[in-house]
Every structure is written in C-alpha cells, then in structure tokens.
Design a protein around this ligand. Structure first.
Ligand SMILES: O=c1ccn([C@H]2C[C@H](O)[C@@H](COP(=O)(O)O)O2)c(=O)[nH]1
Length: 312
C-alpha cells in the first residue's frame, strides 16, 4: 500500500507474519507499592512482536542489521542475546524502551532521578496542589541504623521506638492542614509546598531503554539499596520480565546474580595465598565472594583477620 503525504510517497509494507500486542491489548499493567505508590507500565517499544516471539526479537533485529540476516529462529536469538549481554554489546538493548507511570514519595524520587539516562515528566507542585498522601511505614518496617553500612538500615526497631518514629511522622503529616490553609489564604503553590516533608508523594512518567533500565535495576534491586526504592525496582522487573524474558534471564545470569573478580582476587585463587590487599573493606569483599564460591581455603580465620587489622 502507498500513501502520499505532502507529495511524499509512504510505502506501508504488509506484514509477512502475524504480529501480536506484547501488552495483550492493555494500556496499563500496574503494581501497587507501599501504602499509596505504584509503578505502571503504560507502553513499550516494540509494542508488536511476531507471533511465537517476545519483544526480545527487537534486540536481534538491531544486532543483525549489519549483515542483513533479519531475525533467526528463537533458539538462535536466545544464544545471540545471551552472547551480546555477556560481552556487554549493549546498544541493541537500547532498541527496546519502556514507559512507566510511577507514584512515589519525594525521598525515593531523589534517588531515582539520579539515573540520568531516562526521560522524565514530573507532577508540578507549582501548577498543582500536592496530594494529601505520605509514605508511612508500618511498625515492622521501621529499621534500625545499620552499624556495618553507613547508608542503610537492616534490623527491625523495637516497637516502642518504632511507635515514637511513627508519631513523629504523624506530626510532620499534620503540616498538610497548614499547607491547605495557606493556599486558601492565597500563598503561592510554589512556596506553600516547601514546608511539606519529603515523605509526600509525587508522580512522573519515566521512559527508559532496556540497557539503561538494567543498569538501574542492577543498582536498585541490590540488597545495598534503600528498601523503599528496592520495592519499586522489584515491581519494575516483574512488569518487564514477561515482555523481554530472554534479556531478563541474561541480566540475572550475567549481571545481577554474577560475581566480578578483581585482579587481586584472581591472583589469590591462582596462588592459594591471602589476597594482597591491606584494605579492610576490599578484604571483606573478597571473603564474601570466597564464601559464595565455596572457596573455604581462601577465607582467613578470625585470628588472621585480627592480625591483619593490627598491621593497618
Ligand atoms: O542509595 C542511595 C543513596 C543516595 N543517593 C543519591 C540521591 C541523592 O542525590 C543523594 C543523597 O540521597 P540520600 O542518601 O539522602 O537518599 O545521593 C542515591 O541515589 N541512592
């Protein structure tokens, strides 16, 4: 079929094979997160995939363009995708895109926005009134400050102190009434909002390609990331996994659940000697990896570790 627009002929190529909508005709796949949050997948590229294949096909289509072979059988595609991922040939993964509608507290948005390779449109508190919605964890979700990880919190706080913390949040949320009153009195929205706590909810549309999304997920699904953003990252992964299952499995196998060895660590395995590092954190990281890899001979005893620490 041909169509002529402004004197230019556009050839509409008929499909050689049948295509289906990878979101099954839906405009929104949503996962609820926390008390008021959500992540919703609202669109994907590609949106259509040949019947019998997943949106993963677009990775192979892009990778094979150089020699024009098109998309091969699904098994060959799987091998190619896994090869590309293992060898960090990342540009074909950029050919897949996802658009999400996300609702999250501002303190999470601050961490999220650091991923600069996405396109973002956020709710404006200059144009619109902020919602009366605040992130308010349950008593069980109030964590103690970790002693080993300065950024994080791990164990549950005792109930009395947890309740004290929740009362403190209640007080902060009380600000909303004042915010509303001041808006009624005519204070500008752009100023009135500055007294609200960072637990208040915001929302945005967030569009990102698969390569950069995997980078986000690798950091934010990791146990070292803050639990609240990890919950969102896990929701995102659950949304995209059925759409690009082959790429997601490669991500799990070669990135998320893989272990990277440093030159010093390889040397320690080869020689059977302790790691040649005087850095405590580096040594601890090596012990964690050696434990995971079942290299028990390479794990120094408590005495050896204390002696090493004294030397430093
Ligand atoms: O796990 C973290 C910790 C910090 N930050 C960024 C977000 C902010 O720009 C700044 C400080 O954030 P907080 O540590 O206050 O969350 O560092 C993250 O992106 N992830």
């Amino acid at each position: 079929m041909e169509a002529i627009t402004d004197g230019i002929t556009v050839i509409e190529t008929p499909n050689e094979t049948e295509y289906y909508d990878v979101m099954k005709g839906s405009h929104r796949w949503e996962v609820k997160v926390h008390d008021h949050g959500n992540v919703a997948l609202v669109d994907t590229m590609p949106r259509l995939a040949p019947v019998g294949q997943t949106a993963d096909f677009a990775i192979c289509q892009a990778a094979r363009v150089s020699y024009g072979a098109g998309t091969k059988k699904v098994t060959e595609d799987t091998g190619l995708i896994r090869y590309l991922y293992r060898h960090q040939h990342t540009s074909p993964f950029e050919m897949i895109e996802f658009k999400f509608h996300c609702v999250m507290p501002i303190f999470i948005a601050r961490q999220w926005i650091r991923h600069r390779t996405a396109n973002v449109n956020e709710y404006s508190a200059r144009y619109s009134v902020m919602p009366d919605k605040f992130y308010h964890p349950s008593v069980e979700d109030v964590r103690k400050q970790s002693t080993s990880n300065r950024q994080g919190g791990e164990d549950q706080m005792d109930t009395k102190t947890a309740q004290e913390f929740l009362d403190y949040l209640d007080q902060a949320e009380e600000c909303y009434k004042t915010y509303n009153n001041l808006l009624d009195k005519g204070v500008s929205r752009e100023l009135a909002r500055i007294g609200l706590p960072v637990s208040v909810y915001t929302e945005w549309y967030w569009k990102i390609d698969l390569h950069n999304l995997f980078h986000f997920l690798r950091l934010r699904m990791d146990s070292h990331s803050q639990k609240e953003i990890r919950d969102y990252a896990n929701a995102i992964f659950a949304l995209i996994r059925p759409i690009v299952p082959v790429a997601c499995e490669a991500f799990m196998d070669y990135a998320f659940e893989s272990v990277k060895l440093t030159r010093l660590e390889i040397e320690a395995i080869r020689t059977g000697k302790p790691i040649q590092s005087t850095n405590k954190r580096e040594t601890e990281e090596w012990i964690q990896k050696a434990t995971l890899l079942n290299l028990t001979d390479h794990i120094p005893s408590k005495d050896q570790q204390q002696q090493e620490e004294k030397k430093q």
